[in-house]
Design a protein around this ligand. Structure first.
Ligand SMILES: [Zn+2]
Length: 130
């Protein structure tokens, strides 16, 4: 079996998809409908408090004798023991953050028209793992 044509085809497919998605994510000029605009100004409108959902995957090992180990250092040691079983718990929690709304002014590179649009940026606190 010769896999090379399949690999080349797959790589080309990924390149085309990423090109198309980056093209259609760009903002469209309302005047000439071209997606060739440049951000020239950004001003903050408002800030809103939001709760973001985070997930923590906790790996632990359960032994048949009922003893339980959750610490990362003990993990490999316990796993090698007879009767040790892997189990995973997903803990969901919420962290407070901020959503900042901006009014953005764009200039079209094609027809030189300027227009505004609203965007928001999420300001999530860094995830603390312990
Ligand atoms: Zn334009």
């Amino acid at each position: 079996m010769d896999y090379l044509p399949w690999i080349i085809g797959f790589v080309l497919f990924i390149i085309v998809i990423s090109f198309l998605s980056s093209h259609f994510n760009r903002i469209k000029c309302p005047n000439c409908k071209k997606r060739n605009c440049l951000e020239i100004k950004r001003e903050e409108i408002s800030r809103q408090q939001v709760m973001f959902e985070e997930e923590e995957i906790i790996k632990h090992v359960e032994r048949k004798d009922g003893l339980y180990g959750g610490a990362q250092e003990a993990y490999a040691k316990l796993k090698s023991q007879v009767g040790a079983q892997d189990s995973t718990t997903i803990r969901k929690y919420k962290v407070p953050g901020e959503r900042i709304y901006y009014k953005v002014t764009y200039k079209c590179n094609n027809c030189s028209d300027t227009f505004t649009g609203n965007v928001y940026v999420d300001n999530r606190p860094p995830t603390v793992r312990g």
